[in-house]
Design a protein around this ligand. Structure first.
Ligand code: KG4
Ligand code: ZN
Length: 339
């Protein structure tokens, strides 16, 4: 089954051709780095205009790289949400036009589920699993009984973890996206110089909070007499340590309630080698993350999950609506786990 995946939920326009849900024939990504650096983050209106400009040429490049034509495809899969409404609408309407013109079926894919599916591409994690979507827009902890059966068990109450990395990076005069820059700077720093602590949330033990940590970095910076290079490195390292300790603490709490066989990571922050090593040291369960090129937003995860969804329910929908929020079913923590 040959599937074209189209992703445009935020600032990346991405398309991929994937065979049988996991074999990647092409994976093309057009980033808006120039706009991001100009505005210090995503500017929604500009982002959707750029998607519009790039869609047609990116499709051509993707099909060329996959050495196939539109006619060869069996399915078109597109991100339906969550995301920025303008950005989603561009990708969705482009996909609808293609599906109509080529008479191919169309399925909508949940971007967050796709981030988790990326960790299953080319490997078969043991299920049930605990899934962590850690990106610039989301921080969610999900109980995955099987692919397609997800229950949200925790989420951020304020900033997403990637957003916190991006904001702290700005405080440290680092360019966007901040995550990789902080990881680099932190390598030269002392992660214990500043005693930043993971936030605890009353009555919601599996929820996350990162805005306090970001503010703690801001106040520490203001109090510093002189912010020399070593202080910047120590701040980056101490912030990164506290952010990753937050994730580890929530995983630890979740494992007490949900008997997972493995831990799945997805989303841009799962790109961090430091995080992968840190969690690997903390937990004895097998830890899975997406293969190279599939941590950040991409079309391959959309095509891969789209294939699975269509096989389970072979229904094409040309009336798909963009959804800025798609709720995971939220399991009440007071309930005993029924697995
Ligand atoms: O999944 P993604 O491409 O977009 C969203 O769906 O949001 O994630 C982008 C986020 C950015 O906030 C970026 O700073 C973060 O992922 N990121 C990282 C690293 N690489 C990317 N955060 C921490 N460490 C990294 N190495
Ligand atoms: Zn994403």
């Amino acid at each position: 089954m040959l599937v074209l995946g189209i992703e445009s939920s935020c600032d990346e326009t991405a398309m991929a051709v994937v065979e049988d849900g996991h074999r990647i024939l092409a994976n093309c990504i057009a980033s808006q780095t120039d706009l991001l650096q100009q505005y210090g983050g995503v500017f929604p209106e500009q982002a959707s205009r750029r998607h519009l400009d790039i869609c047609q040429s990116l499709l051509k490049e993707t099909l060329q790289q996959a050495e196939c034509t539109l006619e060869d495809l069996d399915l078109i899969a597109v991100t339906q949400g969550p995301g920025l409404i303008g950005s989603l609408l561009v990708g969705l309407n482009f996909a609808k036009g293609l599906a109509y013109q080529s008479q191919k079926p169309l399925v909508g894919v949940n971007h967050l589920e796709a981030h988790l599916y990326a960790a299953c591409m080319g490997q078969a994690p043991m299920l049930p699993a605990l899934g962590l979507v850690i990106s610039g827009g989301h921080t969610s902890c999900v109980w995955i009984k099987q692919i397609g059966d997800y229950h949200l068990i925790g989420q951020t109450q304020d900033d997403a973890i990637g957003e916190a990395f991006d904001k702290v990076a700005r405080l440290l005069d680092l360019p966007y996206p901040g995550g990789p820059e902080i990881e680099k700077l932190a390598k030269q720093g002392d992660p214990y110089r500043f005693p930043f602590k993971p936030a605890k949330i009353k009555n919601h033990p599996l929820d996350f909070s990162f805005s306090g940590l970001k503010t703690a970095v801001l106040y520490t910076l203001r109090q510093c007499q002189e912010v020399n290079e070593q202080t910047r490195c120590d701040l980056a390292a101490s912030f990164q340590r506290a952010a990753f300790q937050t994730l580890a603490a929530k995983i630890g709490e979740a494992l007490k309630l949900f008997p997972a066989q493995s831990i799945l990571l997805g989303g841009g922050v799962s790109h961090s080698q430091t995080l992968r090593c840190f969690l690997h040291d903390q937990f004895s369960l097998p830890l899975y993350w997406p293969p190279a090129g599939l941590s950040l937003d991409n079309g391959a995860m959309i095509a891969g999950l789209g294939a699975l969804l269509y096989q389970a329910h072979p229904i094409s929908d040309l009336n798909l609506q963009a959804l800025t929020r798609i709720p995971f079913q939220r399991t009440m923590l007071t309930m005993t786990c029924s697995c």
